[in-house]
Write a protein that binds this ligand. Structure first.
Ligand code: ZN
Length: 68
């Protein structure tokens, strides 16, 4: 299963990333259940953990359980 990081944006500024979630494949629903914008920025899951304060904790826990 491929995973992709996708951005959640702040309500105040639609260009400002609030946090990063993890999705399966090209889904727009994060693993934690959060619905993300269809045009949300995507990044390789290799970047997960680069900036821990920006990572969704729930997605992180689920992701680490699926990836060895
Ligand atoms: Zn999440």
């Amino acid at each position: 299963m491929e995973h992709t990081m996708r951005a959640e944006y702040t309500e105040d500024d639609p260009d400002r990333v609030r946090s990063w979630h993890m999705v399966r494949g090209t889904s727009t629903t994060a693993m934690c259940g959060k619905a993300l914008r269809a045009d949300a920025a995507a990044r390789s899951d290799a970047g997960w953990g680069d900036d821990p304060s920006m990572m969704c904790h729930t997605c992180g826990a689920l992701y680490l359980r699926e990836v060895p």
